[in-house]
Design a protein around this ligand. Structure first.
Ligand code: NAD
Length: 275
């Protein structure tokens, strides 16, 4: 299955679907990412916080596939915000990965009480200028954090990685980002398994109609709205299944029924409170 890529506002491109690695055991990461690469995954999302950058980087390096064919994202953890701290944390991430560059470096959370995301982002701008991160962006930024970032820094983030699934769609921040040429990455695209999303008739109905699994229906709902997704799985069968979402389309009525599942409830951290 060929995964399409999206153009970003700095002239680079990103594969629209990849592998998420949150909560993949560091000891199992090399195996899982290696299997994903064999299945065709070329986009891997990790973070310093996940403690599994080493396994991600090793799987990429030992794959036998040229580095240029991969898209690797990692993130600056909250405790490392600050001008020099961000530089040091980035260097540690590259060391862990064993790579010379990352494709994308993100600020993991805005941490408003710390109030250091502007100075941290200015360091990301310097890192981008060295070419060691091809693109820079943010994660869990709400509209007020984005407004300030755009006003006080030079380089527009290529994307914002936010919690987004049918139960929690964050329409305000999505609208703001799309109006400003900032792509949306949907984390927890399957609702992190915390809500019986995959058992709802709005999802199981289209699954039966299209001969697809409920997870494939939800992933298709995302990609039809231009979201970039990286579902996490450690099972070979599910890794393979999650790639197969580019050979069918949901109808407007099917899309609308899934969008109507919005409950305005977060599954996970609140960007105003995580610090
Ligand atoms: P997810 O929505 O990808 O859900 C993962 C859960 O879905 C797992 O329990 C898995 O077993 C299950 N699953 C996967 N494929 C399935 C299938 N085909 N059928 C049925 N169940 C399936 O949640 P996530 O891992 O939290 O999010 C994806 C990625 O987003 C993470 O791995 C990470 O890379 C990123 N993320 C970022 C942030 C952030 O703050 N920036 C936060 C959380 C996650």
């Amino acid at each position: 299955m060929t995964v399409p890529s999206l153009a970003l506002n700095d002239g680079t491109r990103i594969p629209q679907l990849g592998l998420g690695t949150f909560k993949i055991d560091p000891a199992d990461t090399f195996r899982v990412v290696g299997e994903a690469i064999e299945l065709g995954y070329r986009h891997i999302d990790t973070a310093a916080y996940y403690r599994n950058e080493a396994g991600v980087g090793r799987a990429v390096r030992e794959s036998g596939i040229p580095r240029g064919q991969f898209y690797v994202t990692t993130k600056l953890w909250n405790d490392d915000q600050g001008a020099q701290q961000a530089q040091d944390a980035f260097n540690r991430s590259l060391d862990e990965l064993g790579l010379d560059t990352v494709d994308l470096y993100l600020i993991h959370w805005p941490c408003p009480a710390k109030d250091r995301y502007i100075e941290s982002y200015r360091t990301l701008e310097l890192i981008r200028a060295t070419g060691r991160a091809s693109s820079i962006g943010v994660s869990n930024f709400m509209v007020e954090h984005l407004e300030r970032l755009l006003a006080e820094t030079e380089i527009k983030p290529v994307l914002n990685q936010i919690e987004l699934h049918p139960i929690h769609q964050q329409p305000e921040v999505v609208k703001y980002c799309h109006e400003h040429g900032i792509e949306i990455e949907a984390w927890g695209p399957l609702g992190q398994g915390k809500y019986p999303l995959l058992e709802l008739p709005e999802v199981t109905g289209p699954a039966a109609a299209h001969g697809k699994s409920p997870a494939q229906i939800v992933l298709r709902w995302h990609v039809q709205q231009r979201h970039i997704v990286f579902p996490k799985s450690t099972s070979t069968a599910r890794l393979a299944e999650n790639l197969e979402v580019f050979d069918f389309a949901l109808s407007p009525a099917e899309m609308d029924a899934i969008s109507a599942l919005e409950r305005a409830g977060r599954m996970s951290g609140n960007p105003y409170e995580v610090n």
